[in-house]
Design a protein around this ligand. Sequence first.
Ligand code: PMP
Length: 506
Amino acid sequence: MTESAPVPVMVNGFDGSGLAGLPASTRKLIARREAALGGAYRLFYDQPVEFARGSGVHLYDPDGVEYLDAYNNVPSVGHSHPAVTSAVARQLATLNTHTRYLTDGVVDYAERLLATHTVGPAHAMFTCTGSEANDLGLRIARAFTGGTGVIVTGNAYHGVTAAVAELSPSLGANVPLGAHVRAVPAPVPGAEPDFVAGVAAAIADLRRHGVRLAAFLADSIFSSDGVLPSTGSGFLARAASLVREAGGLYIADEVQSGFGRTGSQLWGYQRHPGLVPDIVTMGKPMGNGLPIAGLVARQPVLAEFGQRARYFNTFGGNPVCVAAASAVLDVLADEGLPANASSTGEYLRSALAGLAASSPVLADVRGVGLYLGVDVVWPATGLPSAELAGAIVNGMRARRVLISATGPHGHVLKIRPPLPFGRAHADQLTTVLSEVLATLLPPAARGYGAADGCECQANWDCQAVRPSAFGPLPTNRRPTTRSAGAVDRAPDGWRIGMSQRLSSRT
Ligand code: PMP
């Protein structure tokens, strides 16, 4: 066995610390799951939650207790939407085959899907997962360019296959990037020109190492980089032209941002002035929970691959999944969900900005449509705080509102509900968030201090949060060296600021 980097903590991952507070039946299910499933699976939250049913923007636990879902983008037209359910049931009761027989459904769907894109004449191909779509996009780009080099952003996530895990820095140090991969700084607010300079530097570095560029692969909303919706001065189009000048292709990963999530324009790349991708990959919300994903590629780009290779993905684009995907397009249009994403998203964004204005813990609020990110910081320093973000996420879960966190430091609240999310739901979320923020008052203001054994100053500078609200700090998250700085002297059981890199999965 070779020595490896410490196992990174997954953002919002369950670590066993909250087990004791769970009902006996949930503890038993966790134990059975651990005995039966491979160890690489992770659960969400300090206290994982079990669901038995979903409807619209709500999930229900086995006792029928309702949770507001402000996190899941796969059931994007709503959990168990009746139109999707009946389309799937009808098709499953009629015929389910594959793309080697003629069926009209897949052709109809491809025509409808292509009509929503703005990349010029294009073809569609279907897979089962977003990972497979990116994997196929990579093969197409390599066939077209003759190159192997790929540029991604610093904390990108593009999937699970061997090829795309190598393009996913967010998987952490134990999943190394490929030798042909360069990660560039993400376009954080205000630093978009640095991003373009980073792409230029990566192109030069690949060239210096004799690696020919195949593609730049970018999530159109940079979700695992911390939710970065800025389109500032067309920086993505500028990056794309640098890539093309170097012989590469621009692949827009719309697995997160597609199908109306960012508002009326349906696709995240369409928000970026002048950006015309060569390949667009899609997944997650495409079938509202049925495994369908795929890509569209400009015809000249795909022609090369189509001549040289054969592609058959057994379940990719099967009639049942296509029926789900068609129903999703119908519901998006019939219920005006992309427009709702724009208007409710803006309503929620401004409510969150209002909350942030009066909270020392919340900093930048970003978002477009129903994809929002809120930076959580230590008030004394303004530095990112994964610990406070985790406390907020778990505090909201305890009050039955589901969100999560993301970003390279795990400090960005990730709010990404199903698209029928309305203003009343946004109000509920904001109210619960402000209740949770009230529990995060500085220890001094809550009457805690040196008497509690805190050796550092009993105020926000000690960067510790009283444990009672959120349970003790799990053993595997305790800083073991002085590198955590002064904060490592806080008493046992207090949550302590650390600079540990978090691995974010989306
Ligand atoms: N790309 C992005 C941007 C994603 O967020 C994900 C999934 N979180 C994927 C690709 C991979 O999709 P899948 O899990 O369906 O393989």
